[in-house]
Design a protein around this ligand. Structure first.
Ligand SMILES: [Zn+2]
Ligand SMILES: [Zn+2]
Length: 119
């Protein structure tokens, strides 16, 4: 039989190491097929979402985070006035739109981290 055509990257996503015997097993396995021990289940989606949220947070500087914390408390109109590109004058400034998009990613990432850590 031919070996699986799944490439290495996909393989990485689908497998994990058994914490007991260190054999490579399927990520969603609940019993290790080598040592037969029960394994803590891994929610793949949850892991992926968490990883994305952490990556996003890591991409932000401390001053970015400070800024977004401030922006969460403000209305969209107030945030637009804070925009150094249009000072709230423009009807739809690209900078304002980028800020709003990044702010919602920030809020989303924060929610994910709050919901998924220490549980
Ligand atoms: Zn094992
Ligand atoms: Zn603007």
């Amino acid at each position: 039989m031919l070996a699986s055509t799944v490439n290495y990257e996909q393989q990485e996503e689908l497998t994990r190491k058994c914490p007991y015997c260190a054999e490579i097993i399927k990520k969603e396995a609940t019993i290790c097929r080598y040592c037969k021990k029960d394994l803590p289940p891994i929610n793949v989606d949850r892991e992926k979402t968490l990883k994305e949220a952490n990556t996003f947070m890591a991409s932000l500087s401390d001053s970015d985070k400070e800024k977004f914390e401030k922006y969460i408390q403000m209305t969209q109109a107030e945030r637009r006035k804070d925009c150094f590109a249009c000072r709230g004058e423009g009807a739809s400034c690209a900078m304002c739109e980028a800020t709003e998009a990044k702010l919602s990613s920030y809020i989303e990432a924060k929610n994910v981290l709050t919901a998924y850590t220490d549980k």
